[in-house]
Design a protein around this ligand. Sequence first.
Ligand SMILES: [Zn+2]
Length: 165
Amino acid sequence: MFPKSEKQNREIAGVSILRHWVRAAEGKRAQRNRKSSPHTTCDNSQQAERFMHELGIASSILECVQAEAARRPNSRITKVGVKIGELAAVDCDALQFGFEVLVKDTEWEPVALELECVPRMQRCSKCAYDFRMTEFDPSCPLCGDFSTRCISGEELDIAYMEVEE
Ligand SMILES: [Zn+2]
């Protein structure tokens, strides 16, 4: 256990890391904006809002872990695995960071978050071939047919939890 003053310092450190992260992300965004639209000024609040989106997802994941833990009073959850499709518009680094911020200095801190990115896959309606869609071309690489449909890539699911009895 940390003495009280040291624990407070750790919390302060956590906050400054959060601010630093938002600033760094803003910098990246500003560079992108400069290239595409030089007259647009960088919108700081938009970047913070973006992180709040991932933080909200992290919070939902933690709620699922807490609900599962409540169902298993004699065991301990050590890891939660989440599947994220590339169409789900989730920044995996921001989500990982948001989860770490949420559980820091709580009883949930030992829970590891493992993210699995699921690529966008299409299935051809004509020949049933499954392929990874790249560069906005949905046509079947095998037979050339355009009637293909999305079969994965939109996931945002808890895949598993590791539990110690
Ligand atoms: Zn085909």
